[in-house]
Design a protein around this ligand. Structure first.
Ligand code: DC
Length: 223
């Protein structure tokens, strides 16, 4: 069984997807980290992010790898471990831009489908249920209110010692939603056969349980 989890920034996708994968013994694939790795490289090598051709070529000529090490997913750009480096506001901003390029998405699609061929994966992103794995047995669209998503990001950044403004976070999240939902290629939207799970006011455990129940039901109906 393959499980696709899509939704906007800050809905809790990666935490939830990781825990669902761990409970089922499935492989977790965070597709956002692949766009982030490319964005990190564009930023690091000071390429013009608005130049789609240059960005697509950079991806073509380099390698992004997701590895599991001590139960944690690590992200490599060639042999550079960029796991931590890709979690900055600059990289988030750039990731949303490079993810809007058709030539980039096409390459990512190939890489992501190849990772899912052996099955039993939990893949999270924006277009997994609609484009990458349209035949996934379970599709979840995870969401939460903008205020709650902004508060979660704010807490994360504060835990890392930053002192961001909550209102800036709300603005940033609303902007990213707008760009992800309105881009021409593979915009963020709920697949017709996806189950909507709103995480506003729910704990991670509650959301994970809900998804596991959905997986159980799907598994039973297939037997
Ligand atoms: O989930 P995230 O914040 O790590 O994703 C980073 C960016 O990549 C975000 O702007 C959305 C984009 N993305 C995408 O377009 N398609 C995916 N499958 C995953 C992420």
């Amino acid at each position: 069984m393959n499980i696709a989890i899509d939704g906007p920034a800050g809905a809790g996708k990666s935490t939830v997807a990781q825990q669902v994968a761990a409970k089922l013994g499935y492989l977790y694939i965070d597709t956002g980290s692949m766009y982030r790795a490319l964005a990190w490289a564009v930023h690091h090598y000071e390429l013009p992010v608005e130049n789609e051709e240059a960005v697509a070529r950079l991806l073509q000529e380099n390698t992004i790898r997701l590895e599991r090490e001590q139960g944690e997913q690590r992200v490599y750009w060639n042999d550079i471990d960029v796991t931590r480096l890709i979690r900055t506001p600059e990289v988030s901003e750039y990731a949303s831009i490079v993810a809007s390029y058709a030539s980039v998405r096409e390459q990512m699609l190939g890489l992501q489908r190849a990772m899912a061929t052996r099955g039993n994966v939990v893949m999270d992103g924006r277009d997994i249920g609609t484009h990458v794995l349209p035949d996934a047995e379970v599709k979840i669209f995870l969401t939460a209110s903008i205020q709650e998503r902004a508060r979660r990001r704010w807490n994360e950044l504060r835990a890392k010692g930053n002192d961001p403004q909550l209102s800036d976070m709300e603005k940033e999240i609303a902007e990213r939603d707008h760009r992800d939902m309105n881009r021409e290629v593979a915009p963020l939207r709920q697949a017709e056969d996806a189950v909507l799970v709103d995480t506003t006011g729910s704990s991670i455990e509650q959301v994970v349980d809900r998804i596991l129940q959905i997986c159980d039901r799907t598994g039973e109906s297939k037997q």
